[in-house]
Design a protein around this ligand. Sequence first.
Ligand code: SIN
Length: 493
Amino acid sequence: MRNADVVIIGSGIAALMAAEKICQSKNVILFTKKKIWDSNSMLAQGGIAAVMSEDDSWELHKQDTLEAGCNVNNIEAVEELVKNATNSMKDLISFGMEFDKDKNGQFHLGREGAHRKNRILHSGGDATGKHLVETVYDRLKDKVTIIENEMAIDLIIQDGKCTGVHTLNELGELKSYFANTTLLATGGIGAMYQFSSNNTSITGDGIAMAYRAGCEMADLEFIQFHPTMLYINGECKGLISEAVRGEGAFLVTKHGRRIMKGLHPFEDLAPRDVVSRAIFNEMHKGEEIYLSIEMIEGFEKRFPTITANLNKNGIDIKKGLIPVVPGAHFHMGGVKTSANGETTIPGVYAVGEVACTGVHGANRLASNSLLEGIVFGKKVAKTIAELPKVPTDKNQVKYMIPRFRTLPPRDEIKEKMMKYIGIVRNEEDLRKAIEYFSSFIESKTLESRPMNKEELERYNMLITGKLIAEAALKRKESIGSHFIEYIDQPANI
Ligand code: SIN
């Protein structure tokens, strides 16, 4: 049994930004169920959206964020995000973060889908997330207790308040940590899907855990599919950044037909839900879809990470065509929070992709996610740092790890997610998903042994999957990333 002022669960940029600030006044324990580098932030290629030029403004960034989000965003959260972007970039630069510059020494500002202006800062070409995470990690690594390979299983709730978390360490031992504040920063749900850009550890644990504790959820049906994952032999092999289309690449069939022509005024840089559905529909008709990159000069230099991955997977860049498929990329919904990160349970805060402040609405604008982690990571940290220090309640609590029950194989869950709660949905499939997940969750035949880490992950996937399907069934109209077809009334792209 250990205690801390604050326990943080997760190791992406939102977790690290929060830890960096909170550890200046409080003691912090940070857990991650794998290694500190196992996060989606580490994989982020595109960059960080921020107003950095005179012909741009926070008002325009706000407008683009709202339009991508179909205007169902929380305006207060959007303003918080875009108004704090420029200063947050200055702070990062003072931390030692280096953004790429052009030959005149000015920041090279990239363009991505649904942005009216070039406003994407990047670092190391397409290694922005890695450089960002490493920069922030360097500032806190000696000030925070970091525990790797330990999975948070359940929040400790006493008298309606969270007083810490139960975990399972790498030896399979149950541990309890007591804290006045527990911050969920576990990331999203992408690895619950067959096709995904996410780190394989991103299995919806934060949502399942918060749900079991009684936290309210919001907008769970809003899941963004990124249009361009590298697609080889029916498998997804990593992200091809939207920044590639920002540099002029476009989507074609194997006969060279441009699929985005005439579908949207921004064509290949239309919002991600529009582009993903266009590819989905083409593939449904039997087409193979490629990203044509031959017009991009110096591709290898601008996109070194993507180039290395293409080489590793035997794709010859000189041929100028990359086979692609859409994959689950980002969850706009999550644990419902205020802009300060408060959830509906005292003592539990959430930030980053696991949280839903409503900032992204029904579809996130490209390169607003690292920005969210940075801006809201700092904001939740300020709120937590200002909480009064009270002695941590170290009462013994009775807790049992959920018992083993029959669970389906991981690949089967991922296939069901893709098939039933994917890019295009319908009521029948959503009901099938709920029935499938429920049949395991509600099983009455439990074994006496507790589940291990891997089984708990699958159990969390089932719970989170069911919650997503239920939320999707409730939203009757298509909006942004949630696209639902009715037999007699097919929705338009
Ligand atoms: C990308 O590089 O295309 C992903 C960036 C993002 O999701 O914002």
